[in-house]
Design a protein around this ligand. Structure first.
Ligand code: ADP
Length: 255
């Protein structure tokens, strides 16, 4: 009993440390602020481009005024891009590359699953880990944790949308040519074809209460470690995301 309490408390602390609660709240505030800041340049772009169309429709077309209106629109578009660049910088973890060290991918996967164990159990999901990564990968352990946590969390959300008896979650480890990968494969409803190119875009979400920043953040974190995150072709049904990272050199000290 005591042990269970201790495990539960440690899990809660870990979740808090991962910033699942605080971070998402902070991001919500950030997103609201950004939306507000983006509203003005977008309104100006709309007004200027509409004016340019009207000016070009004049007989004869007022090309000089139309050009001025388009230039004003492009200045505003640059401003909107700057706002978004600022958002991206604020969610990145600068210096991730320096914090890289050999990490056992399987152990990282097990730790992430352990953290989500109560939610997995409540959803009746028994995750399977298959394959092996052979050597440790070179990763920032905290960034790796955040990526795995996000991918598993998304899979859980997806699985909750299918009947309990059809919920499968597989973590597949593979190694190939100096790189190792971990795929998170779920048997949820999958991602509709038109949405597939958009899932890594900031603010793309189909989930009530979702922010649409999870995958965008994970992709940035993966890239900062010389890795990549991809959405795989639909595995029949469900969704599969693969994280690939460089392996640690054979002579590196163990994790
Ligand atoms: P959020 O979870 O806040 O919506 P994400 O960036 O993590 O933000 O995900 C963006 C969108 O990608 C989700 O709203 C959902 O439409 C889709 N998605 C991500 N993972 C899955 C998955 N495993 N199965 C189905 N759809 C998914």
């Amino acid at each position: 009993m005591l042990v269970q309490q201790r495990v539960a408390r440690r899990r809660a602390e870990e979740l808090l440390r991962l910033g699942q609660v605080g971070r998402l709240n902070a991001m919500g505030e950030l997103a609201a602020g950004m939306a507000h800041e983006l509203n003005q340049p977008l309104t100006a772009i709309l007004a200027n481009t509409r004016a340019a169309v009207r000016l070009l429709d004049d007989e004869p077309p007022a090309t000089d005024s139309a050009r001025a209106a388009m230039e004003a629109a492009s200045v505003q578009a640059r401003r909107a891009a700057d706002v978004l660049a600022r958002l991206r910088r604020s969610v990145e973890r600068p210096g991730s590359a320096e914090r890289r060290q050999p990490v056992a991918l399987r152990a990282a996967a097990e730790a992430a699953l352990h953290l989500l164990e109560p939610r997995l159990r409540a959803a009746g999901v028994r995750p399977r880990i298959e394959g092996e990564a052979r050597r440790p990968v070179l990763a920032d352990p905290v960034a790796l944790e955040q990526i795995l946590h996000n991918l598993l969390s998304n899979a859980l959300h997806a699985l909750q949308r299918v009947p309990a008896g059809e919920r499968r979650l597989t973590l597949r480890l593979e190694a190939h040519a100096g790189r190792a990968s971990l795929s998170v494969i779920d048997s949820g409803p999958g991602i509709p074809a038109p949405d597939r190119p958009r899932v890594f875009e900031p603010f793309f979400t189909t989930r009530a209460g979702g922010l649409g920043l999870g995958l965008s953040l994970c992709e940035t974190l993966a890239a900062s470690m010389d890795g990549r995150l991809e959405l795989l072709e639909p595995p029949g049904r469900g969704a599969a995301f693969r994280l690939t990272l460089p392996q640690a050199p054979a002579d590196a000290p163990g994790p």
